[in-house]
Design a protein around this ligand. Structure first.
Ligand code: NAD
Ligand code: TYD
Length: 370
């Protein structure tokens, strides 16, 4: 079937892996990547697919309703996978307003544009509150608005024990998770109120190639390489649940095509790690791949003041996704980490360019200044 999909935030970390998967797996689809190219957006991540005939890049802000609506109408977009967001918790603590603008108002603007574009098709069908379209009917609705969200909306878990399920109440603590929670609510409100065919997923922490080196794993690999301090918040006792980014992209592809309209799925690999244990693992793997004695850089670990509002533990129960749609993660964590460390060590020029901001100057000449 021919389809035209709009991916927002496709120049970012997860978005670029998803765009590559869609462009290569579905040559009959047209994949439009709409991205504002903030500091986190980097078209270099998509060099290998940018010349494919079924791929188009549009530099735009999701907050610009007129531009987005025109694009949806002109291209006859029938599916939206929405990843564009401000995504770093530490930045949200310093500048919450930018997070509200992009994550809340930008998502609302995109929802309004999708509603305006798809209303004439007759596929918007408001139903009873909390209803989801049963499986067999899902193929009859071609339009889908799929919102990518995070497990951080659920708040923090105590050490050990329970996991986040799709029924866990929202209790966001950081401005980032509050803005994502708000956007999730707007997406569900558009399903319940206007019958917009929506899907929402909440995923755990992703890792892998092309992640901006402000997040724990790429930042620390780069610092170990250059023998810079590794700033571990508090004592490193916080727990995160890690998923390889390509496994997330595969889950998004599956849920976009097979998920029940109006429904929510948690995505995670049942892979909980204390921060300090990940840091020790990163040191061992990076040292080994650089030909240093394993653990030689242990003394780079520097315990620093804790992040404000730092959530103790995230852990996702993705049983529903595994049971209903048959998804499971493909990689063991140790293998994923080895692959990830190797990628950053082999791509030092990429790291140097994104930390210096040079990639942004290059693309300004191609797509205009921000
Ligand atoms: P990222 O920061 O690497 O990329 C975000 C992308 O969105 C960038 O390309 C940026 O240029 C673009 N963007 C930002 N503001 C925009 C705007 N106003 N208009 C258009 N484009 C804009 O983020 P990521 O880590 O790839 O995360 C992608 C999505 O997945 C986000 O919605 C995030 O909340 C969610 N998520 C991330 C993780 C994770 O571990 N990284 C986990 C679960 C969910
Ligand atoms: P991060 O990669 O920012 O993801 P998130 O906050 O969305 O989970 O951080 C992962 C964990 O690592 C989190 O508990 C905070 C911690 N952390 C540090 O200890 N030091 C750092 O420099 C960073 C960036 C994160």
């Amino acid at each position: 079937m021919n389809r035209t999909l709009l991916v927002t935030g496709g120049a970012g970390f997860i978005g670029s892996h998803l765009v590559r998967l869609l462009v290569t797996k579905y040559p009959d689809y047209r994949i439009i990547n709409l991205d504002k190219l903030t500091y986190a957006g980097n078209l270099e991540n998509l060099r290998d697919v940018e010349d494919r005939p079924n791929y188009r890049f549009v530099k735009a802000d999701i907050c610009n309703f007129d531009t987005v609506l025109r694009l949806l109408q002109e291209e006859r977009v029938d599916g939206i996978i929405h990843l564009a967001a401000e995504s770093h918790v530490d930045r949200s603590i310093k500048d919450p307003f930018t997070f509200a603008r992009t994550n809340v108002l930008g998502t609302l603007s995109l929802l309004q544009a999708a509603k305006a574009a798809w209303e004439p098709t007759g596929y918007l069908m408001p139903g009873p509150v909390d209803s989801v379209m049963p499986g067999p009917d899902r193929a009859s609705i071609p339009c889908r608005f799929y919102h990518i969200s995070t497990d951080e909306v659920y708040g923090a878990l105590p050490r050990g024990g329970s996991l986040f399920t799709e029924q866990t109440p929202y209790r966001p603590h950081s401005p980032y998770s509050a803005s994502k929670a708000s956007s999730d609510h707007f997406v569900r409100a558009f399903h319940d109120t206007y019958g917009l065919p929506t899907l929402v997923t909440n995923c755990s922490n992703n890792y892998g190639p092309c992640q901006f080196p402000e997040k724990l794993i790429p930042l620390f690999i780069n610092n170990i390489r250059h023998r810079r301090p590794l700033p571990v918040y508090c004592r490193g006792e916080n727990v995160r649940d890690w998923l390889y980014v390509e496994d997330h992209a595969r889950a998004i592809d599956l849920i976009f095509h097979e998920g029940r309209i109006g429904d929510t799925y948690n995505i995670g690999g049942f892979n909980e790690w204390k921060n300090i244990d990940i840091v020790r693992l990163l040191i061992r793997v990076t040292d080994r791949l650089l030909g240093r004695t394993e653990g030689a850089d242990d003394d780079l670990v520097t315990f620093v003041t804790d992040r404000a509002g730092h959530d103790l533990r995230y852990a996702i129960d993705s049983t529903k996704l595994q049971r209903e749609l048959g998804w499971s993660p493909s990689l063991q964590f140790e293998e994923g980490i080895e692959r990830t460390v190797r990628w950053y060590l082999d791509n030092q020029p990429w790291l140097d360019r994104v930390t210096s901001g040079d990639y942004q100057h290059y693309y300004e000449t191609m797509y205009g200044a921000r």
